[in-house]
Design a protein around this ligand. Structure first.
Ligand SMILES: Cc1cc2nc3c(=O)[nH]c(=O)nc-3n(C[C@H](O)[C@H](O)[C@H](O)COP(=O)(O)O)c2cc1C
Length: 160
């Protein structure tokens, strides 16, 4: 069976995505990256599903600490999303551009966005260039209930 690569790419790029900042922390080291492959996975318990680049710095941190945060960006925060996917000088450098606090699980929560959740890692499938991680939502902080940033509004692509 041969996979039609062009059709696959066109179709997978039609999956709608939001844009989030995933936060990690290990000891005094914080990190964060822009994530779009995020969706809800269950009501009860509340689960989210996120795919994480296997060769990214955050991947091993999440596997070791079994925790991560997801920060929900407002529709006007495209510039911040761009900062969090560009290469950084050292871990944590991206946070110089925005304020954050540590939540009850110790994960970085941006103070200027719609809000954030902290999750415990309860599942992981490592296969291919991204790992599919399942997080159980343990804390939620709503700051400002506004329209969220979505990938299609940015002109960027991540998928296919
Ligand atoms: C629009 C867009 C969406 C992205 N979505 C994801 C994603 O869902 N998961 C992921 O692991 N990386 C995603 N990335 C890539 C990471 O943001 C990028 O590789 C980042 O540098 C990883 O940071 P780290 O190495 O500090 O973990 C996305 C990049 C862009 C431009």
């Amino acid at each position: 069976m041969t996979l039609d690569q062009d059709s696959k790419k066109t179709l997978l790029r039609k999956i709608p995505h939001g844009l989030f900042i995933c936060g990690t922390a290990e000891g005094n080291t914080i990190n964060g990256f822009t994530a779009s492959w995020v969706t809800q996975g269950s009501f009860d318990p509340p689960l989210v599903v996120m795919s994480v680049r296997a060769d990214g710095a955050s991947h091993e941190i999440i596997i070791r600490t079994k925790k991560f945060s997801l920060n929900f960006l407002r529709a006007d925060q495209k510039d911040l999303a761009a900062i969090f996917f560009k290469p950084q000088q050292g871990l944590g450098g991206r946070f110089d551009s925005t304020n954050y606090e540590l939540g009850k699980l110790g994960m970085p929560l941006l103070t200027n966005c719609i809000g954030g959740i902290e999750c415990e890692l309860v599942g992981n499938i490592s296969k291919g260039d991204h790992s599919v991680m399942v997080g159980e939502v343990k804390t939620a902080v709503l700051i400002n209930d506004m329209e969220a940033l979505n990938l299609s509004s940015t002109g960027w692509n991540y998928g296919g």
